[in-house]
Design a protein around this ligand. Structure first.
Ligand code: AMP
Ligand code: FE
Ligand code: FE
Ligand code: ZN
Length: 292
C-alpha cells in the first residue's frame, strides 16, 4: 500500500490515449495506485471508451473509477468552455451517439487544420505532413495536440507551446460545440452530474463569472472544478468560496495529459490534495438523475 501524501485523495480530470493524453487508461490507473489515490476519473475529450479499461484495471488494484467525460460547450460569445460529466451511465445510448458525432466532426476539422498548416509549411519551404501521420498518433478523439506531436517529430517546432503559437492557433478551425444547456441536459439524461471545468480559464472577471454561474445553475449545473491543475492556492480558495455560496459541488482534477510537462497526476501544477468527499457528493447527486 502506498503512503504518499496523496493517499486517500482523488483526481477527477485525467486525459488518456482515448483523447489527447499519452498514457493508456490501465497505465494511468497503475500510476494512480502507486500514488495511493482512492478514486480517479478519466475526462477524455468527447470520449468515454477508456472507462471500461480503467474499471477493469481499477478493480484489480483497488482504485475506484468514476465515469467522466469533458465536452466543449458554448454559451453566447464564450465558446470552448469545458463541461465535465461525472457518474453517468457509460452505456447511455444518446450520450454515446452524441460523442460519435462530435468525434466525426473533429476528424474533418483536423483534416482542415492540417491543410492550412501544409499551406504554411509550403510557404516556409518545408515538406507537408500527411494526414495518416496524425491519425496514427490518436487512439480515440483527434485533437490539435496530435498535430502538434507530428510537428515536433518532424523537427518543425521544439515544444507543444511552439506548435500552438506558430501553427495550431493561426491555422485553427473551430470545433463543433454543444450549447451548454443541451450538454447539461444530456449528462443528466445519462444519469450524471454536470461540472464546469477550470473556471479560471474563462476570460471573464470575477463579477461576470458569478453571473455566468447563476445562469448555468438555472440550467442545472451541479458543480464547479475548484481544485484545478492550473490553479494556484489563492484561486482554489476563491473557487471553493464561490462554489459553496452557490450551493455547488466542489470537484477537482489535475488535467494531466502526459508525464514530463504540464500538470502532474493528482497534484496538478502545485500541491493539490483533492478530497474523496467530492466523489460521494457527485454520486449522491447523480442518484437523483438516475431515479429520473
Ligand atoms: P482541441 O480540442 O483539438 O482544440 O485541442 C485543445 C487541447 O490542446 C487542449 O485540451 C489542451 O490539451 C491542448 N492545448 C491547448 N492549448 C495549448 C497550448 N498552448 N500548449 C499546449 N497544449 C495546448
Ligand atoms: Fe486536452
Ligand atoms: Fe479542459
Ligand atoms: Zn481536460
Amino acid at each position: 500500500m502506498s503512503t504518499t501524501d496523496l493517499a486517500g485523495c482523488v483526481d477527477l480530470h485525467i486525459h488518456s490515449t482515448c483523447s489527447d493524453g499519452t498514457l493508456a487508461p490501465a497505465a494511468l490507473v497503475a500510476e494512480a495506485a502507486t500514488l495511493g489515490l482512492r478514486a480517479i476519473a478519466l475526462a477524455d475529450h468527447d470520449n468515454i471508451d477508456g472507462i471500461a479499461l480503467a474499471m477493469k484495471a481499477g478493480a484489480a488494484c483497488g482504485v475506484e473509477i468514476v465515469t467522466g467525460v469533458e465536452l466543449s460547450v458554448l454559451w453566447g460569445e464564450l465558446n470552448d468552455l469545458h463541461l465535465l460529466g461525472y457518474a453517468f451511465d457509460p452505456e447511455h445510448p444518446a450520450l454515446g451517439e452524441a460523442l460519435i458525432e462530435f468525434r466525426a466532426f473533429r476528424t474533418n476539422r483536423s483534416r482542415m487544420i492540417l491543410e492550412r498548416i501544409n499551406v504554411q509549411l509550403a510557404e516556409e519551404r518545408r515538406a507537408p505532413l500527411p494526414f495518416d501521420q496524425i491519425t496514427a498518433r490518436a487512439g480515440g478523439t483527434l485533437g490539435r495536440p496530435h498535430i502538434g506531436q507530428a510537428l515536433i517529430a518532424a523537427g518543425y517546432v521544439r515544444t507543444m507551446e511552439d506548435a500552438f503559437n506558430r501553427y495550431l492557433v493561426p491555422c485553427n478551425v473551430s470545433k463543433r460545440y454543444f450549447p451548454i444547456d443541451e450538454a447539461i441536459a444530456l449528462i443528466h439524461a445519462a444519469g450524471g452530474c454536470a461540472v464546469l471545468a477550470h473556471p479560471m480559464f474563462i476570460p471573464v472577471d470575477d463579477r461576470q463569472l458569478e453571473a455566468l454561474l447563476d445562469t448555468f445553475v438555472a440550467m442545472g449545473l451541479d458543480g464547479i472544478e475548484c481544485w484545478c491543475g492550473g490553479a494556484d492556492n489563492a484561486t482554489v480558495d476563491r473557487l471553493l468560496t464561490l462554489a459553496r455560496r452557490k450551493g455547488l459541488i466542489c470537484t477537482g482534477g489535475s488535467d494531466f495529459h502526459q508525464p514530463g510537462s504540464g500538470p502532474t497526476l493528482g497534484r496538478g501544477l502545485g500541491n493539490l490534495r483533492i478530497p474523496y468527499a467530492c466523489v460521494e457528493e457527485l454520486r449522491e447527486r447523480a442518484e437523483r438523475y438516475q431515479r429520473g
